[in-house]
Write a protein that binds this ligand. Sequence first.
Ligand code: TPP
Ligand code: MG
Length: 428
Amino acid sequence: MSRVLRAFPSTLRPVASTSRLSSPTLSLGARFLQTTSDSASHKATEGDLVKVQLHADYFKSHLCDIPSLEMEVSKSQLVDMYTQMVSMRRMEMAADQLYKAKLIRGFCHLAIGQEAVSVGMHNAIKTDDKIITAYRCHPFAVLRGGTIKGVIAELLGRVDGMSHGKGGSMHIFTPTFFGGNGIVGAQVPLGAGIAFAQQYLGQDGDHATFAMYGDGASNQGQVFEAYNMAKLWNLPCVFVCENNLYGMGTSAARSSSNTQYFKRGDLIPGLQVNGMDVLAVTQAVKFAKEWTQSGKGPLLLEMVTYRYGGHSMSDPGTTYRTREEIQHMRSSNDPITGLKNNILEWGVVEESELKAIDKEARHEVEIAVEEAKKSPEPRQDVDMWTDIYYKGTAPMYMRGREREEIHHFKTEESDLHVGGPKQFGASA
Ligand SMILES: Cc1ncc(C[n+]2csc(CCOP(=O)(O)OP(=O)(O)O)c2C)c(N)n1
Ligand SMILES: [Mg+2]
């Protein structure tokens, strides 16, 4: 099968074997975008530097040019990106098992299949650029300064978790990662607000905020309100729509009148990107960062990607798409296999080295899981009353789950107590 044909889910290909596969409702706007993961071609290697020609169909633009198709990447960057993608997948696979063993409860959204987006973005920006996303947040939490053990322990509800076991999936943060957010679309105006703060503080020549959301969030009114303010004030905000072709239980084409999400920003230019190729994502995000830094204001990136699992652990993900389609994407468009093929084809390292990386990633995750399991649960009588308010700004008392359950904060914890800390923001 040609690369272009195998680039698309079977639902999007002209030849279909079942009636569901040939459903016309699934002919998405993304159909002409290349989403294979290994069709960049090698031009030359000079020392540690690999010169790559990206496929012309990796990008589509709206009111702007596409990024350069010529890209230079070091051998070590390629290996690092491979290592990060493999580690992220292993972590998510471990979370999957822990959830099925009922050790993780509640909500849990896995990013298996979408690794090129998180890893490509992370590698294209500075460590102190800001990212905010929706439910599929575990890889970002690790890449933006957290740890695998911190994420797993958080999912297990243990004190070694990144939110001390009191947040769980979606409620994980670092100084540059503003979470995991569960209300569809709510993080988009928050992202614009973070970009506003960057502009207000004079950091916009150097830094940007990446506000991410899914195709299922793209029709929220607040997304368009955020677009408007970002463009009105030319905020250093890059809106990133992770279009994995489905929302929670339905396809993008059944919920969006225009599935070309990169064209939906009105005056904000947009770029549609092959989100299954980590190099395409890296190149697009670098382009977006330069765009905002040069004072042109916001840009809209649409990463066309695919999640192998359902929306969350409670969604089998097979009622609104076929098993054949998922299998097709796994076997033909997988972002990790794609980068692996490129690394081997371009002679970056030997296959044995990649196997060693796979083994190490598995080992690293196994250790993280073991250590996380050993971590205790938060103490109900003590830890449940901490980490609620900014240090020193707690109220004098707080109600618990039951009427009689009232916790009184100590003087040093509350700025409302006589002799307590000064009011937050008050001059000394
Ligand atoms: C305001 C609001 N409405 C509805 C929901 C229920 N809900 C959770 S996720 C989702 C759709 C998610 O689709 P998408 O953003 O494409 O996410 P994906 O699972 O594909 O990553 C919905 C409707 C919610 N969490 N918040
Ligand atoms: Mg989606």
